[in-house]
Ligand binder design. Structure first.
Ligand SMILES: *[C@@H]1O[C@H](CO)[C@@H](O)[C@H](O)[C@H]1NC(C)=O
Ligand SMILES: *[C@@H]1O[C@H](CO)[C@@H](O)[C@H](O)[C@H]1NC(C)=O
Ligand SMILES: *[C@@H]1O[C@H](CO)[C@@H](O)[C@H](O)[C@H]1NC(C)=O
Ligand SMILES: *[C@@H]1O[C@H](CO)[C@@H](O)[C@H](O)[C@H]1NC(C)=O
Length: 685
């Protein structure tokens, strides 16, 4: 009591004085804690006694006796909470407590769950509670899926993989007692096999393939007619790459059956069936689906099938768009100019025509233009947000990238109707004119990304966009990291945002910054990792392409719960133009193919061991000077899971590459400057 009285006078003059005893006790604690380590040691108390002449503060006690009587955990020093407890014997101070066993609380949840997390930090009276993720206070986040209730508990709705991670809670006025809740999020495995059905003759051999997605990554086994395969049968079964492939040798009639690829993890068990029929006379089994690709070139659009390289359809630049009086590109002699093409819900292909201020909507089935969407000047980049059925358009407003662009949104993009654009709500005066729009790309682990980001020229920061409401919700200051975002990618696993940074003004690369997607707190700064990042479709690998003057380096990092971890890097003299992730047949992950801007080579990079191979003879690339709208001069596009092929355009031809044999499947000639390729999947009867 005397101690408080003596200090009262001193503290009254402090700025943040709010009169409360709790405040006074905590201020006193800070005053006594000379070395600022959060604990009061005997020496500190002795020193203060001498310095402030506190010897006669009591007839029977000296200051350091506090340690004798109040050191509850017997560690020879006093923590803030112990200090509070001491004073609470005199006044009704809120002393917060947390059982040692509850300091770390592990919680496991499934995607889609709602979870309420109680804070076990308690006190009498109950103290106000603060919830944090990294350093961000969750009450100020304004995310309706992450709410702090007045009773001090945290409520997470519709949990996604990005919600995994640590949440801490503590009393508002006591930072010493903190509880950490470690949330892991799992998914039900997804399993797909191919072929679904096949027939074989006795003594032949065959293979079936299985692609598995899940977090944590599932255990994969093969069964036949509900029973685990006996893999010790020599010359019969062979399981490759963690169950990605099952091969069966020396087929006999007994091998007829339903083969199941089964994946299990904490989220559950999922199976898919591949049937094998053994018979002397084969029943032809037609494939159920077929992939095709749309190639956009100077004279129009051509649609091909990649196995036999058959041309399905052509839209000429001089065709009239049905229902209008307008040319697809123009009258004779006018070349097409294409910005970007995307697949929308596997129903339409949207392609931007920057010089015509419009986006064409092409039906996948009829292969004709079914709608024309008028946009602002020079529409270039297109992004499809599947769960909201929106196409976001980035308009350059000029033939050059001047760093002042507008954003528009086409809603109900996959619906059969006349489409229009709307502008997102401008909040900040500058929001209308952005340098770049960064949108999440579709990933295997189907995640509903709620936010995108925009950047402004030379600004060290980002604005976060609420996609559903099409409005800006927050600004993120990256000036402490000297980071003007140049590129940005999202990982659905653990929710990281990977930013390639440059210095304002000079544009020099300043490394990568990793943000937490939920709170936008900087988790990590990696000055040494340069280059534009690309996240693999399974979200487990980030490949950065660092184009330095002395050659290109591919930096491969793994996505882990704790952040990004360097795996390896590969240097190449090839001037890389574009890359494609190709599903691996020996792991459930992906490998990488990269096209070259100047050589007739394709680079293959095995992402599990870093080995490189070359595919040669893929034709001369289009001159770099002929590229438009920031597109690579030599794109490369893969066709997704179980798709065997990739397409890469050369100057006057398309090369179809078989990713399994790593050979050229065919060369399709007679095209002028194919610039863009988009894959679609056709359902066949
Ligand atoms: C095989 O799967 C297990 C998980 O079930 C994983 O730990 C292991 O690394 C995988 N091995 C390879 C070669 O991918
Ligand atoms: C169209 O492209 C060809 C090359 O394919 C070029 O010779 C011609 O000048 C271009 N036409 C126009 C109007 O730009
Ligand atoms: C989360 O908390 C646990 C337990 O304190 C700790 O081991 C882990 O490193 C933390 N993870 C992160 C990403 O901070
Ligand atoms: C990639 O490397 C792994 C590990 O060495 C190997 O098992 C696999 O066959 C390689 N994949 C390809 C496609 O070469």
């Amino acid at each position: 009591d005397n101690l408080l009285l003596i200090n009262h006078a001193k503290l009254m003059y402090q700025k943040s004085w709010n009169g409360g005893k709790e405040y006074m006790v905590s201020a006193l604690f800070r005053y006594l804690d000379l070395d600022g380590d959060g604990f009061l040691q005997r020496e500190e108390l002795q020193k203060i006694t001498k310095q402030d002449k506190l010897d006669d503060i009591s007839d029977v006690c000296v200051m350091s006796d506090m340690i004798r009587f109040e050191d509850m955990d017997k560690d020879g020093r006093l923590g803030l909470n112990e200090f509070y407890a001491a004073f609470s014997k005199l006044y009704s101070l809120s002393v917060v407590t947390l059982e040692k066993a509850l300091e770390i609380n592990r919680i496991s949840a499934k995607v889609g769950d709602n979870v309420e997390i109680r804070c076990d930090v308690s006190g009498n009276p109950p103290p106000p509670i603060v919830w944090k993720r990294y350093s961000a206070d969750l009450t100020t986040l304004g995310d309706e899926d992450l709410r702090v209730f007045s009773d001090g508990s945290l409520y997470l709705t519709k949990i996604q993989l990005v919600h995994a991670g640590n949440y801490t809670c503590r009393a508002l006025r006591n930072s010493e007692v903190t509880q950490t809740h470690v949330l892991t999020v799992h998914t039900l495995p997804e399993v797909k096999v191919t072929p679904r059905i096949q027939s074989r003759r006795p003594s032949e051999k065959t293979s079936m393939f299985c692609h598995v997605i899940g977090e944590p990554f599932p255990e994969v086994v093969w069964l036949k007619n509900e029973e685990r395969l006996k893999l010790d049968m020599v010359h019969k079964y062979r399981v490759v790459g963690n169950g990605t492939e099952l091969s069966i040798d020396n087929i006999d009639y007994a091998d007829t059956g339903a083969y199941m690829c089964q994946a299990s993890n904490t989220g559950g068990v999922t199976r898919d069936i591949s049937s094998l029929i053994v018979q002397e006379i084969l029943t032809p089994t037609a494939p159920k689906e077929e992939r095709r690709f749309f190639a956009f070139h100077d004279w129009g659009v051509s649609v091909y099938e990649p196995t036999a390289c058959r041309l399905y359809h052509q839209i000429q630049s001089t065709d009239i768009i049905p229902g209008t009086q307008e040319y697809v590109c123009g009258d004779k002699g006018v070349n097409c100019s294409w910005g970007q093409a995307i697949n929308v819900a596997n129903r339409y292909v949207y392609v931007s025509q920057p010089l015509k201020d419009r986006v064409l909507v092409i039906s996948k089935i009829q292969m004709v233009v079914v709608d024309v969407v008028i946009t602002d000047k020079y529409p270039v980049a297109l992004h499809y947000v599947a769960h909201l059925d929106q196409v976001w358009v980035l308009n350059w407003r000029s033939v050059y990238d001047d760093g002042v662009k507008t954003i528009q949104v086409i809603r109900d993009a996959s619906q059969k109707r006349k489409h229009h654009t709307v502008h997102p709500e401008p909040i900040d005066g500058q929001f209308d004119l952005v340098r770049n729009l960064f949108m999440p790309t579709a990933q295997d682990l189907s995640h509903w990304f709620k936010y995108g980001y925009v950047s402004h020229s030379n600004q060290r920061g980002l604005y976060k966009l609420d996609l559903a409401n099409m409005r800006y919700i927050r600004s993120i200051d990256l000036s402490p990291y000297n980071c003007v975002p140049r590129n940005l990618q999202f990982s659905s696993l653990y929710g990281f945002v990977i930013i390639e940074c440059e210095e304002p003004g000079t544009g020099h690369a300043t490394g990568q910054v990793i943000l937490d997607y939920l709170t936008d707190t900087v988790v990590n700064k990696k000055a040494s990792v340069r280059g534009s990042p690309l996240v693999s479709p399974d979200s487990r690998v980030v490949v950065s392409i660092d184009k330095a003057a002395d050659g290109i380096t591919l930096v491969v990092q793994q996505v882990l719960e704790s952040g990004l971890k360097f795996s390896f890097d590969v240097k190449t003299t090839l001037m890389i133009s574009d890359i494609a992730f190709y599903p691996s047949r020996t792991t459930h992950g992906y490998d990488l193919y990269a096209s070259a801007a100047d050589k007739e080579d394709i680079l293959f990079l095995n992402l599990s061991n870093g080995k490189v191979e070359m595919i040669t003879g893929v034709g001369k690339a289009m001159l770099q000077s002929l590229t438009q709208w920031g597109n690579p001069n030599r794109p490369i596009a893969a066709s997704g899971i179980f798709g065997h092929y990739m397409v890469t355009p050369a100057d006057e031809a398309l090369f179809v590459i078989n990713g399994e044999t790593r050979t050229v499947n065919c060369e399709i000639g007679g095209l002028v400057h194919p610039r863009l390729v988009t894959w679609v999947t056709m359902q066949l009867q």
